[in-house]
Design a protein around this ligand. Structure first.
Ligand SMILES: C[S@@+](CC[C@H](N)C(=O)[O-])C[C@H]1O[C@@H](n2cnc3c(N)ncnc32)[C@H](O)[C@@H]1O
Length: 255
């Protein structure tokens, strides 16, 4: 799907928090080579560079729009456009970091062992992904996407929830790493605006579905989604909307 850096960054503060929480659990003192997979517009990659200024950092992303913004942020980070499903590391990394990106890729049972192979001895694989696929924001969208007249266009692009149970990742990582630290956090985001949950999803999943619809169906689909999601996340008397957002974290350290 086409990524819009400005729409995505409108919620930068909320989106940065899990990235920072993940980074906080990486205990490496001085990694020399770091990869940020699905680096997007580089807003998290620059945090990696701030924490480890001597490291050589590679940001990988499939979106030329996101990378254009990333390049404008830092000339000392190496930015590379690549499809992560087929990306091959040219050398091992002391830290392979990925925030809010790998859930866009299918077949994690194959992907995670492949990523494990890119981690150097005593290196770290640090991943954060949403784990909120049963939340109303998501369920409402998928229900509507299956209804007529949208289903004919959207059923083929609807994917099963890509993120596995936490225990499945443990099983994939435990045999390949000396230590596996995993946790989930549900952030209770306090959002503002008339329909902020719909605005939030527009820069991610909703945007992807709209792109798969013929022009004439986009507006009615989005209007109906906005109506339903507002029912699921009503505005409170003080004008805020509470949006629970569950995230899965893993930090695996090699022997
Ligand atoms: C939600 S953004 C996260 C960006 C950044 N990591 C952050 O935390 O702000 C997801 C990024 O993953 C990238 N992405 C998704 N699927 C990808 C794929 N198959 N190959 C390469 N990049 C992909 C998108 O282009 C997008 O920039």
């Amino acid at each position: 799907m086409p990524w819009n850096p400005l729409a995505y960054e409108a919620f930068a503060d909320h989106r940065m928090r899990p990235a920072i929480d993940l980074l906080g659990r990486v205990a490496l003192e001085a990694p020399r080579r770091i990869a940020d997979l699905g680096c997007g517009s580089g807003n998290v990659t620059v945090l990696l560079a701030q924490r480890w200024p001597a490291a050589r950092i590679l940001g990988v992303d499939g979106s030329s729009e996101m990378l254009a913004r990333a390049r404008a942020r830092s000339a000392s980070i190496e930015w590379r456009q690549a499809e992560l499903g087929t990306w091959q590391a040219r050398e091992p990394f002391d830290l392979v970091y990925s925030n809010a990106a790998l859930h866009w890729l299918p077949d994690h049972a194959t992907l995670f062992p492949r990523l494990a192979e890119t981690v150097a001895p005593r290196g770290v694989l640090a991943v954060q992904m949403p784990s909120n696929f049963s939340a109303p924001s998501h369920v409402v969208m998928h229900e509507l996407a299956r209804e007529a007249p949208y289903g004919a266009h959207l059923e083929p692009v609807l994917r099963p929830a890509p993120v596995l149970e936490a225990s499945a990742y443990y099983a994939l990582l435990a045999g390949r790493f000396a230590q596996v630290d995993m946790w989930t956090t549900e952030y209770l985001q306090v959002l503002r605006g008339e329909n902020p949950v719909a605005d939030w999803t527009r820069s991610t999943w909703l945007g992807g579905l709209l792109g798969a619809l013929p022009e004439a169906l986009r507006e009615p689909f989005e209007e109906e989604y906005r109506r339903r999601v507002l029912g699921a996340y009503p505005k409170r008397a003080d004008g805020s909307t509470l949006f629970g957002f569950r995230r899965l974290f893993m930090v695996a350290t090699a022997a």
